[in-house]
Design a protein around this ligand. Structure first.
Ligand code: PBG
Length: 321
């Protein structure tokens, strides 16, 4: 008789037959950068995650390096917002400043930048508004300006998150024609219109002031469409394809892993993080175990890369062994 319990007898044999192993190399840590000086402010719905201005961020970057987390993704909290998100295209804007600062002082860090307008527009939508909706192709033209501002500042990789049709092809063309053919693009290929982004929108002051994002982000009910979205991004030249959020969409992560020959990223988003933190604060769950189980499930589903606010704490657990 085959007895599965034989291979569960001790920690050593369990580790030997373990199918999924998390590593600190899997993680990307999100950073919220404030243009206003002198800021280190904890985000209320995301305990342990802070907004930083560049004059205060070094302790955070030192800690990441110390923990072996070498990849960060940058989000902006600019001083000025307007209808078109002008600051997003400013070559001296907060993200170009942050890229230059990090690449100069922490050359060992790999810097990815978010390419989107929602953090820069006064209405909170991900592009230019015409007739109460985001105008796809005018937004593409502005995304091209944003990507060049980041490329000139020395960004290592760009990650467009706005779900405009044709973004990847448009950015790839723009980068290639300006001498940046070496900069990879991580597409937010399959991004659902999700309530799990709530705490992020607090963090980045990017909640839409009217309507919602359902005319550009995907319907959570759709699985076949996810393959179509990812196929478009791959055809247009995405180097990495992402699924977001992660936990309610593990089936989608697996579909993409089985279908496409590209590294798969998953974004373990703010609401997923907030739920773990809130339950832990109440003493209802074992936070560390729930965190590691969650991250393991995302990797087991097929993610090669995990963008997560848990990265620092998970790195500490992995280091301890
Ligand atoms: C949009 C963007 C969002 C997140 C990252 N980039 C949210 C949105 O669509 O409002 C969410 C990340 C998270 O919830 O952790 N540029």
């Amino acid at each position: 008789m085959f007895r599965p319990r034989r291979l569960r007898k001790s920690p050593v044999i369990r580790r030997l037959v373990r199918e999924t192993n998390l590593s600190v190399n899997d993680f990307i840590y999100p950073l919220f950068i404030e243009e206003k000086a002198g800021i280190k402010k904890e985000i209320a719905s995301m305990p342990g995650v802070y907004r930083y201005s560049l004059d205060r961020i070094s302790t955070e970057l030192d800690e990441l390096v110390e923990l072996g987390i070498h990849t960060v993704i940058l989000f902006a909290i600019p001083l000025e917002k307007d209808a078109i998100g002008s600051e997003a295209m400013n070559k001296q804007g907060i993200i170009p400043q942050a890229i230059r600062f990090i690449k100069k002082n922490y050359p060992q860090l790999y810097v990815i930048s978010d390419i989107c307008f929602c953090e820069y527009t006064d209405h909170g939508h991900c592009g230019i508004i015409h007739d109460n909706d985001v105008d796809n192709d005018e937004t593409l033209a502005n995304l091209n300006k944003q990507v060049i501002a980041h490329a000139e500042a020395g960004v290592d990789m760009v990650a467009p998150s706005g779900m405009m049709d044709g973004t990847i092809g448009s950015l790839r063309y723009e980068l290639d024609n300006n001498g940046y053919s070496q900069i990879p693009i991580m597409g937010y290929s399959v991004k659902y219109a999700s309530a799990f982004y709530g705490p992020f929108r607090d963090a980045a002051d990017s909640a839409p002031t009217f309507g919602d994002r359902r005319t550009y982000q995907m319907d959570p009910a759709n699985r076949t469409e996810a393959r179509r979205e990812a196929a478009l991004d791959v055809e247009e030249g995405a180097d990495i394809i992402m699924v977001k959020p992660a936990l309610a969409y593990l089936d989608i992560i697996r579909d993409l892993k089985n279908t496409f020959d590209r590294p798969i990223a998953a974004y373990n988003v703010s609401g997923e993080y907030a739920m773990v933190k809130a339950a832990a604060e109440k003493g209802w769950i074992d936070e560390e175990r729930v965190m590691m189980e969650t991250l393991t499930s995302i990797k087991r589903a097929g993610a090669d890369i995990i963008i997560t606010y848990h990265a620092k704490e998970a790195a500490k657990v992995l280091k301890r062994g």
